[in-house]
Design a protein around this ligand. Structure first.
Ligand code: SF4
Length: 946
């Protein structure tokens, strides 16, 4: 297991593993009496963000109840530590408002009337519909739409077993812009920074990476800092991280690429770059810029051409764009140069997710890594795929031969992930319908922009035949479902998880704690819902049962993928599925288990995680196997291929793996962007975002090399939109909140439950000497929301900011739906597509079954801002560009806190304006998408032909 001392930090104290079967603590509630309680400690994996930290569930051996969760010290990434959201799992488990049984609607869709049904009835209904759709060649009308996955690979396997192209995700409202920038450089769609060993860390993330790998990264950033690393944070907001940084760079949003290119210019001009690395590991020989063609030119000439290309990015220019002083930009650039190969960074949302062309900030950031030679190095930028370990199961179905244009529409051929947030508009345009729609831990009505377009889509039975919401909690989207199907929280389900949390590889095993508790007592269950609260189930068993129902006799070729590997013809069990993986696909695990006389499955059930051995640095330099080299071809630019498949690249006379790009090198010049008709962005560039300060007056581009000014989306304000124009930052959150699942975690809601509008004091003066607590009306392009002001210097002027993850609402007082977190609202459609919401009451104390609810001292449930935002699809990455211009004025006499108005007719118009920016090219005349680009649940090559 993890050598904590080697990693430079360890827990001072924790229950040793040998005592996990009978851990004794004194009962706090019995104090001052000393009453010993005996616990079985069972590991599982947290489900409250993507990090997959290890949790230890404390099960009282006398009552059989889980009493608390703490960190699992045997987990290689989290090392026993958790953030506030990990222990709050106990609230989720015991939430009196949770869904405990499968429910079917009995009134009109959205009327909020439900009746309890059985799991077999649910499976029969859904399985029958899916079978019919597949048999009638309508497989694409079956769609699985996931919010928080929390598993690796099993859904890809399931959907491909069904032979459909039906996977949809939330990624295009999350991180796809950043992913796009990374893909263009090296194919891997996310970074794995080695913070602990770095000398300089630059974060363009929201705050100590609270949204992404918060705890595992945060603790390693601290390790790095304690070893002397410096930290710089580029964020318009004084985030928690920025407050701990050596440099806070409050860049005006959308200008980050200008700053990063100015830093690159410093490195080039001062010759502080790693020439050998750039020469060996970039495709500089393919560069074509400003009339310069690298073909036949020397490396030095290419560097000169690059310097000329970036000469406009002086620190003074960057200062003018971003508002940060030029000398700070130069100082940070020099510190990065000093760190050299030990320069680490992270960019996931923030500048990438907020802005039109935000992915260029990633390309510019990666240019710094390339120039410093800090790619693949200790303390540098590593590739996620080098650290994340996804073992494969016993049988993998073939790729589907179909392409679903509701997922990957032709307008956006380069989109990183599915164009999920425009789905209501695609259906409105008559491009298809959904027969059977699964939402799974997914709440688009609340988390997506333009939520009322989702309401309109979901309530229309012609567009959505049946909607099953697989969810551990009630949510605003489940309200518009036909079936609400309760799925387990982290201690109520099986999943396999791995993430690129540090320079190492590991797998974590989420397991249903009470099922395991009973198993240890000799009571083996057939289904996870036998031991979970109520009839809360887990997806693994649900999909297996559903697949058997779709194809009961195996004639459709589906059932075979869900049969026991040991006993063909028998239904697969979760023990068999994971047991096979642990025995056959995880290097080192069988041996480690054998040392303790355990099977690999028993080992994982005992420890909950395993560190997989292997090199994690410089995997690009891994030699190509001699056997593979036989009969291979080497192209002029050194790419090694065999039978049409790229194997590696020649570097200094050696055949090595390289990167999965067309050149097998880091691509400073992207011929893909040229081929797909975006030649102006073949290199890392800066162009002004749709919320650039100049765009607050008129839409304008910077020069002919910018994004074509004619194609900058115009903002059209509703007639009643008054007030000062600001840029709204809506994509940060309080680090104690979970996406849409904080609502049943009372610990977390007590800590954070307000989302006022941050306003800089200078802007407060402009708004008529605004004071904290004053009521403001914020107009978007499609409506408005009303909330309180918070006047703070922790935000750059000209910008206002509001945390998402608050503003939950419910319509019916009778339903026990997230009462701890939601406001009761009056929601009306006052005209076609015109939605008005008013809060009737905030959070009330004394909600019944939980005595703690009598102690609720707050009333504020926050304000739901996202639903007032139109969709802004980036024409290239497909990412929703979250930042937007808004008009802010003081609320009028008829406005009340929490008021919301939206006109979905306007939102459809905004969608059309942004869609018009896309170029919709077909590659080589026939391709839907570059074949080398990653794609979720990748179809067969034949499906790429239009
Ligand atoms: S960082 Fe994420 S996975 Fe880890 S404890 Fe917090 S919420 Fe759970």
């Amino acid at each position: 297991m993890t050598d904590f001392k080697r990693e430079g930090s360890h827990l001072a104290s924790y229950p040793p593993v040998e005592k996990w079967d009978d851990w004794v603590e004194y009962d706090a509630e019995a104090w001052p009496r000393r009453v010993a309680r005996h616990y079985q400690l069972i590991p599982t994996i947290c489900f409250n963000c993507e990090s997959a930290c290890g949790l230890l569930a404390y099960v009282d051996k006398e009552t059989g109840k889980i009493t608390k969760f703490e960190g699992n010290p045997m987990h290689p990434a989290s090392r026993g530590r958790v953030c506030a959201k990990g222990p709050a799992t106990i609230n989720q488990v015991h939430d009196p408002d949770r869904v405990l049984y499968p429910m079917k609607r009995v009134g009109e869709r959205g009327s909020g009337k439900w009746a309890r049904v059985s799991w077999p009835e649910v499976i029969e209904t859904l399985g029958g519909r899916i079978r019919k759709a597949i048999q009638e060649n309508r497989g694409e009308e079956v769609m699985y739409h996931v919010g928080r996955p929390g598993y690796d690979f099993i859904m890809e396997r399931t959907l491909q077993a069904w032979g459909i192209d039906g996977h949809n995700s939330h990624t295009n409202v999350c991180s796809s812009s950043a992913r796009f920038g990374y893909i263009l450089w090296h194919y891997a769609d996310r970074p794995s920074p080695d913070h602990a060993n770095s000398r300089f860390i630059l974060l363009l993330s929201a705050h100590l990476e609270s949204g992404h790998y918060f705890n595992p990264h945060a603790q390693r950033i601290v390790d790095g800092k304690m070893a002397g690393a410096k930290l710089a944070v580029m964020d318009p907001r004084l985030s928690n991280t920025a407050s701990m940084a050596d440099y806070w760079m409050p860049t005006y949003p959308g200008t980050e690429a200008a700053v990063l290119l100015a830093m690159a210019k410093v490195l080039l001009d001062e010759q502080r770059y790693d020439a050998a690395f750039v020469k060996n590991w970039t495709n500089w020989e393919q560069l074509k810029i400003d009339g310069f063609d690298a073909k036949g030119k020397s490396f030095e000439e290419v560097i000169q051409a690059l310097r000329k290309h970036y000469e406009q990015f002086t620190p003074a220019f960057a200062e003018k764009e971003c508002g940060v002083r030029a000398e700070v930009i130069v100082k940070v650039a020099r510190e990065i140069a000093d760190a050299g190969s030990r320069f680490a960074s992270h960019l996931w949302r923030g500048s990438a997710s907020g802005n039109l062309g935000g992915w260029q900030s990633v390309r510019a950031l990666m240019l710094l890594h390339v120039l410093t030679g800090s790619v693949g190095t200790k303390g540098g930028h590593n590739l996620a795929a080098w650290n994340k370990f996804v073992p494969k199961p016993f049988k993998v179905p073939p790729a589907q031969k179909r392409w679903n244009e509701l997922l990957y529409p032709p307008e956006w051929p380069l989109c990183t992930h599915e164009m999920s947030f425009v789905l209501p508009h695609l259906l409105k345009e008559g491009r298809g319908r959904l027969d059977t729609y699964f939402t799974r831990v997914f709440n688009p009505v609340w988390t997506y922009p333009d939520g009322f377009s989702w309401v309109e889509m979901l309530r229309d039975e012609n567009l959505v035949g049946i909607h099953a919401a697989l969810t551990p909690t009630w949510n605003e989207t489940a309200f518009y479902a036909d079936y609400v199907l309760p799925m387990g929280m982290s201690p109520e389900r099986h999943d396999l998880m791995s993430q690129e949390t540090h320079s190492g590889r590991w797998i974590g095993f989420r397991q249903p704690v009470l099922r395991r508790f009973e198993e240890l007592k000799g009571n083996k269950a057939d289904h996870t819902y036998d031991n979970n609260p109520g009839e809360v189930w887990e997806e693994d068993e649900f999909w297996i049962d559903l697949s058997w129902t779709i194809d009961p006799d195996g004639s459709m070729g589906i059932r075979q993928w869900f049969e026991s590997p040991q006993q063909p013809g028998k239904k697969l069990t979760v023990d068999e599925y994971y047991g096979w993986i642990f025995e056959n696909s995880v290097p080192g695990l069988p041996e480690a288990a054998q040392e303790e006389n355990l099977t690999p499955l028993q080992y994982m059930r005992k420890y909950g995680a395993f560190e997989v051995k292997g090199d994690v640095y410089k995997l690009n330099e891994k030699p190509v196997a001699e056997a593979d080299l036989a009969e291979s071809n080497i192209s002029d630019n050194g790419v090694i291929t065999k039978e049409g498949k790229a194997l590696g690249v020649m570097i200094d006379g050696k055949a090595v793996a390289g990167y999965n790009t067309p050149s097998r090198k880091l691509e400073i010049f992207s011929s893909t962007m040229v081929d797909w008709k975006w030649p102006e962005f073949a290199l890392p560039e800066y162009y002004r975002s749709h919320i650039h300060r100049s765009a607050q007056q008129v839409s304008v581009g910077r020069s002919s090399s910018d994004f074509d000014p004619e194609h900058m989306p115009k903002v059209e304000w509703p007639a009643e939109a008054n007030g000062e124009v600001f840029t709204l930052l809506p994509i940060f959150r309080l680090p104690t909140l979970i996406h849409s699942r904080s609502g049943n975690a009372k610990f977390l809601y007590e800590i954070g439950h307000k989302n006022p509008l941050w306003v800089n004091p200078e802007d407060a003066v402009k708004l008529g000497n605004l004071r904290t607590g004053d009521l403001l009306k914020v107009h978007t392009e499609i409506g408005y929301f009303v909330l309180h002001a918070w006047v703070t210097e922790g935000l750059t002027p000209g910008v206002v900011a509001c945390s998402h993850h608050l503003g939950r609402w419910r319509i019916n007082q009778d339903d026990q739906i997230e009462r701890l977190a939601s406001a009761l609202v009056d929601l009306r459609e006052i005209g076609k597509g015109q939605w008005k919401m008013r809060q009737v009451s905030g959070i009330q104390p004394d909600q019944g079954d939980d005595p703690d609810s009598t102690r609720i001292w707050w009333n504020d449930a926050g304000v739901h801002q996202d639903i007032t935002f139109p969709v802004h699809p980036d024409p290239i990455s497909g990412m929703h560009c979250w930042h937007q211009m808004v008009r802010v004025e003081r609320a009028g006499k008829d406005d009340r806190y929490g008021d919301i108005f939206v006109d979905t007719n306007l939102s459809f118009n905004v969608y059309q304006r942004w869609k018009a920016l896309a170029r919709g090219v077909t590659g080589l005349g026939v391709l839907r998408r570059p074949k080398w680009f990653p794609r979720v649940v990748r179809p067969a090559d034949s499906a790429y032909i239009r």
